[in-house]
Ligand binder design. Structure first.
Ligand SMILES: [Zn+2]
Length: 146
């Protein structure tokens, strides 16, 4: 995916959701110049120090509506997103891992009931399609309904 974001500190939940959708998203960036980084800046503060035309001003204070604002502003379609491919903690792309290699890491009931696992190489977080992922998929579906 080409689109990447730099998300202001006040928009933590939005940043998390953008990562769930698979977008390269840095949160609370200390970069002074998002233009050079090529990222689209998302902000909801009025006094903006960043000099960029690649800035989306977020109006809503609800994460779901914020996400809709971004999707609408950039014309992102369902086919462009890659849900559950990126670590929501550290923004690294996650990879499929062998179930047996994580036997001692995940809870027993999870290991017994799930067959596919993905892991973040950087922060070591393990992901699987539990109830939380199902709820997230429902939210994603609603995002692209007009
Ligand atoms: Zn990670």
């Amino acid at each position: 995916m080409k689109t990447s974001f730099a998300v202001e500190k006040t928009l933590g939940k939005l940043a998390k959701w953008l990562r769930i959708l698979g977008f390269d998203t840095i949160y609370d960036p200390d970069i002074k110049n998002p233009v050079e980084s090529g990222r689209i800046m998302l902000s909801r503060t009025k006094c903006i120090e960043y000099k960029t035309d690649r800035l989306i001003f977020i109006k809503s204070d609800k994460p779901f509506k914020q996400l809709k604002e971004v999707i609408k502003a950039l014309g992102i379609v369902n086919e462009e997103i890659k849900p559950f491919t990126r670590c929501i903690v550290c923004n690294t792309k996650i990879r499929a891992v062998d179930k047996n290699s994580i036997r001692s890491i995940v809870p027993d009931y999870v290991w017994e009931n799930q067959d596919s696992f993905r892991a973040c190489n950087k922060c070591k977080k393990i992901y699987w399609h539990g109830s939380h992922a199902k709820r997230s998929m429902e939210v994603i579906k609603q995002l692209f309904e007009s």
